[in-house]
Design a protein. Sequence first.
Length: 499
Amino acid sequence: MKTVNHWIGGKTVEGASGNWGPVTDPATGAVTTQVALASAEEVDSAVAAAKAAYATWGTSSLAQRTGILFRYRALLDARRDDIAALITAEHGKVHSDALGEVARGLEIVELACGITTQLKGELSTQVSSRVDVSSIRQPLGVVAGITPFNFPAMVPMWMFPLAVACGNTFVLKPSEKDPSAANLLAELAAEAGLPDGVLNVVHGDKVAVDALLAHPDVAAVSFVGSTPIARYIHTTASANGKRVQALGGAKNHMLVLPDADLDAAADAAVSAAYGSAGERCMAISAVVAVGAIGDELVAKIRERAEKIKIGPGNDPASEMGPLITKAHRDKVAGYVTGAAAQGAEVVLDGTGHTVEGFEEGHWIGLSLLDKVSTDSDAYRDEIFGPVLVVLRTETYEEGVDLINASPFGNGTAIFTRDGGAARRFQLEIEAGMVGVNVPIPVPVGYHSFGGWKDSLFGDHHIYGNDGVHFYTRGKVVTTRWPDPSEAPAGVDLGFPRNY
């Protein structure tokens, strides 16, 4: 059986805790790999390696950092199929979707390659007689990232390339459900020339997470995952004096107005709800149909959903793969089987789906629930699976009020031909990311990703300008140099004068 160990100080380090976790192929249900689960002492070893590396990396030249990052980008591009294959084998998503994940991660590596511009400071000369003021940004030191199972390559790449480009060293704790991609990312970074200890990967469960949150040498923590855990990460790490960005869960809505192109809206709803088997925080999981279009829109969504080919992720014919674990599959199915009792109309029930030859896989089909109430479990909870709920409102205003009443504020979208309505929506909606006729408004790398309300804990969004600011801290320097022709001014106990 394959074993995944830690990557510490530029080399593979065998797990020493004696604890191992199973890694399953979701398409077959078979355990294919074991992953080391770190003790607090092993986490301490990874942090110590990062701290030692920071002594030189934190003062390294921008030319050195960007040279390594350009080589890293080239290696990632050359090995993108290998990375995607690891994702498919352990997460289950289809290969094309895994390739897309790698491509979105590469965007942030490319952003990090331009860090020389991002870290430029500011200078004001002659703010007073012979006094200049400059602002600079400096790295924090050792920073950590705790990442989820649904994007085992992309989300780590949202974090560590920008962090190390800013001069920090990094300890990554990826999901123990699909750990192999993280190790390959670290190995390629070493091949690109990243010094030993700058990027470390330590695998584990809550023991490893808590050790990072409490460690005195970890200056900041980045997290992506569910809202309850994001809240815990933020509370615990903040109590230990750390800077925190903790991105939580979502219930992303798509508001469809009566004037919308319903074919385009149905295409978008199916793609956004069921892509990656719904296991993504930006999935559209709630469609809000306004006015009399509801029945026609639901019919068009159903027509498209019924044609989706479900199968193993390494089968080129498959459009959707299995869910990550059997327990998660059963949890998702529970929302569908209980929906009718809570007033929903079950248009499609995917809970009985199986794939011939792969009967032990974690399969579930596409489910579509119509006329769902806002107090039902299927609406209130983040299901994180291929379940799309449809709600009905009579007016645009009712739809906006419904969406804004949600405790989540991650992403949302509107489908309409009316520019005025779209403009109102983007200003009135309470969410961090908004799409106009775009169902999944994930920003490009040079903008920042993050939500509002229970979808984000902390002040900074991830990557983009917010990412640079999160991984650095500002310093302002005020300088006066005496003119060589003048004698020293002597002591002056008065308040400094700006003239």
